[in-house]
Design a protein around this ligand. Structure first.
Ligand SMILES: *Cc1c(COP(=O)(O)O)cnc(C)c1O
Length: 351
């Protein structure tokens, strides 16, 4: 290695699910929502001339729309370029004690990447054999806590009392609850934000609002937390939110009927698909998300993953300890799931 390479920040990056460049594929690998954004978003005529201007650095229109939607004041809302951006900023802002931060061993695989990037010590706390988070394991001294609820890739949601127990027992540090999937059946921690000033709830437009391509995420928390987060953001990049994202985001929030209707369709399809695959010898934890975490009694997950790919159906397989016999399958349209089900029926029959 050349001398100049000694002082480089070396990281092992997060690897997102594949975005295939070919058509005619059933894409069930990255937890996108198959229904697309609200028709109101499509109807917006953007004034392209406006793109010559910098966007509003505070993204106030979007912040206000989100605040209004959740019935909180705007000083409790922070927006970012997807929740990944919000979370990355939060790690940088809140996890500075030098003590280990805690998160589950089976969880969103970006957490350890950010911890490594920022040189934050961390401990991946094992979930139990049913993939449940053990709340008592988060009661000891630590530098902060983060977990998704519902958790990913397990799809399991814990009740509000469970989340409150963790927040209550960690009032000297910041606790982040990543609610990327909460709209599909989880119980939100938002009612706790007024009670605990150390709680930050993070959300995204990528899953339930079907706008992964726009990159909108947000956090809701005590105004002091939001101020600290904003100070870091403005020290990093003033214009994280681009103008189209702000405009389209506001429009998406305005169409609550469409939002609820499409989320309900995903949930219906999930429950139907789950009952069908259980007949084929698959098992999965109860899902409160837009995906299932499934394993088969005899066919290895890796084999199913590879054969599905040959059949032009892409699901997610994690070659990691404890979960290497599971597939994470995004809930697509009813038609897509019918195709995947036919594939699975044939696979099981031929096995
Ligand atoms: C998808 C996901 C995110 C990131 O979503 P963005 O597209 O960056 O908003 C964050 N956390 C979890 C648990 C996710 O699954």
């Amino acid at each position: 290695m050349s001398a100049w390479e000694d002082n480089i920040r070396k990281v092992v990056p997060y690897v997102p699910g594949e975005q295939p460049k070919v058509d005619n594929i059933i894409k069930l690998n990255t937890n996108e929502n198959p229904y697309g954004p609200s028709p109101r978003v499509e109807k917006i005529a953007m004034d392209m001339e406006k793109l010559k201007l910098y966007p509003d650095p505070a993204a106030s229109a979007l912040v206000d729309a989100i605040a209004n939607y959740h019935e909180v004041s705007s000083d409790k809302v922070f927006v970012g370029v997807g929740s990944d951006d919000v979370l990355a900023m939060s790690f940088l802002t809140f996890f500075n004690s030098g003590k280990e931060i805690l998160f589950p061993d089976i969880t969103y695989s970006f957490y350890d990447v950010w911890a490594e990037l920022y040189k934050i010590p961390y401990k991946a706390v094992p979930v139990d054999d049913d993939f449940r988070i053990i709340k008592e394991d988060y009661h000891g001294e630590n530098g902060g806590v983060i977990f998704p609820n519902p958790n990913a890739p397990t799809s399991i949601a814990e009740p509000l009392s469970f989340v409150e127990d963790i927040v209550k027992n960690n009032q000297d540090v910041v606790v982040i609850v990543d609610e990327a999937y909460v709209d599909f059946g989880g119980e939100t921690a938002l009612p706790l934000v007024d009670k605990y000033e150390n709680l930050l709830v993070v959300r995204t437009f990528s899953k339930s609002r079907s706008m992964a391509g726009l990159r909108i995420g947000y956090a809701i928390g005590n105004p002091k937390l939001i101020k600290y987060l904003s100070d870091v953001k403005y020290s990093f990049n003033s214009y994280t939110m681009n103008m189209p994202s702000i405009i389209y985001g506001v429009e998406s929030i305005a169409d609550d009927d469409y939002f609820k209707e499409t989320v309900a369709k995903v949930v219906d399809t999930r429950e139907w698909f789950k009952s069908e695959i259980e007949k084929l010898g698959f098992a999965c934890p109860p899902s409160s998300a837009n995906f299932l975490f499934m394993t088969h009694e005899s066919i290895p997950a890796k084999e199913i993953f590879e054969k599905a790919r040959e059949a032009k159906i892409i699901v997610r397989y994690f070659n990691k300890p404890r979960i290497d016999n599971y597939l994470r399958v995004t809930i697509g349209t009813r038609k897509e799931m019918e195709s995947f089900l036919s594939f699975l029926k044939k696979l099981v029959k031929d096995n």
